[in-house]
Design a protein around this ligand. Structure first.
Ligand SMILES: [Zn+2]
Ligand SMILES: [Zn+2]
Ligand SMILES: [Zn+2]
Ligand SMILES: [Zn+2]
Length: 354
């Protein structure tokens, strides 16, 4: 496998590659956007697509072809857009100082002329989606609860993890493990190490939240709800990367880029996936801009991310921050994001005044 196929996986991973390759396709096949296993089911028997799959093709966003997770908007001719794409279309037009138009039929759209479509929102939330742990299908509106607290296959830790037990496994095996776990019999001395690790984590978290509150006191704060879209580099061996379109903040234009496993080692060699991103200043600035930035899930996205603050001083010479980790919860979350057509998130920028 070439190293340009970051989504190609080792045997431990779910069958991502075909889905991720689809990301790169032109947006011409509305039915090609269901989640993993459903895709392979469809390939096996495409003539007898289930009703849910056909509906998925009809109710998906006309721009990103994903099934909307939040509000659904429509133009005056009825073309559907997810909230992320809708916001993106409006922001893009504002940046170019043009009237926004429907990507399908070019009729003008605005916050006022577009309407929500509640029937579609509700219908989508009833469509089945697959649990990442047990691979059974559940309505989308109950899936999160199922994966978080119901599924017997979901991964949990040992109840003695606080005193150092590293065990992780499916919930239904945890009782058995805990009955045999050696950690409750350890001495206080041995437990001290584990407690120190926890203390350190708590202190780090405390520091993070203190700095967020500190930043919230800044005079200049702005946020943008953005979409990362996949592209491939022009090199002989194409590499996948992600980029937002330009957005404006503090009277300058910016772009955010992201990549997988830092494009260094061959991502197919490991089942660990990591996304990193950089912030790029696109306009010339004569004054240095001392920026703190922070990525959040935002109102239209669903990424599971830990807040991390990064800092970079932008100037005329230095207009690209280094790549910093997008602190996703784990590799599985990274793979899940890679399988969706766009990644929605909120970028908060803090500008230090001098
Ligand atoms: Zn969309
Ligand atoms: Zn339209
Ligand atoms: Zn499940
Ligand atoms: Zn244990």
């Amino acid at each position: 496998m070439s190293e340009a196929e970051p989504a190609t996986s080792s045997s431990e991973l779910p069958p991502e590659p075909s889905v991720t390759v689809e990301i790169m396709d032109d947006f011409t096949e509305p039915e090609a956007k269901k989640r993993k296993v459903s895709t392979s089911i469809r390939n096996l028997d495409s003539k007898t697509d289930k009703l849910e799959q056909r509906l998925g093709g009809i109710l998906c966003c006309a721009v990103c072809l994903d099934l909307p997770r939040a509000a659904v908007y429509q133009c005056s001719n009825g073309h559907l857009m997810c909230a992320g794409c809708f916001t993106h279309v409006l922001a893009d037009a504002r940046l170019r100082d043009e009237m926004a138009t429907c990507p399908n039929c070019r009729v003008e759209i605005s916050k006022a002329s577009a309407t929500r479509n509640l029937a579609v929102e509700n219908a989508v939330s009833e469509l089945p989606s697959e649990c990442q742990f047990c691979n059974k299908e559940y309505p989308r509106n109950t899936l999160e609860k199922h994966e978080e607290s119901v599924c017997e296959e979901r991964i949990s830790g040992c109840k003695y993890s606080r005193i150092g037990c590293p065990w992780r496994g499916p919930v239904h095996e945890s009782k058995q493990h805990e009955s045999e776990c050696a950690h409750p019999h350890r001495s206080g001395l041995e437990i001290m190490d584990a407690l120190q690790v926890i203390d350190q984590q708590t202190a780090n978290e405390r520091k993070l939240f203190d700095s967020i509150f500190e930043l919230l006191g800044y005079e200049k704060i702005t946020f943008n709800d953005l979409q990362l879209k996949p592209y491939r580099t022009e090199e002989f061996v194409h590499r996948l990367f992600y980029e937002t379109s330009r957005f404006s903040a503090f009277n300058n234009q910016w772009v955010l880029k992201a990549r997988i496993n830092n494009m260094q080692k061959d991502p197919t060699q490991s089942s660990e996936r990591e996304m990193t991103y950089q912030l790029i200043l696109k306009t010339k600035t004569t004054v240095p801009l001392s920026m703190h930035f922070l990525i959040l899930r935002g109102p239209f996205g669903d990424m599971k991310i830990h807040p991390r603050i990064h800092k970079f001083d932008f100037s005329e010479q230095e207009n690209e921050s280094p790549y910093v980790p997008l602190a996703l919860s784990d590799s599985a979350e990274c793979n899940r994001l890679l399988a969706s057509k766009t990644i929605n998130f909120r970028l908060v920028l803090f500008l230090a005044s001098k």
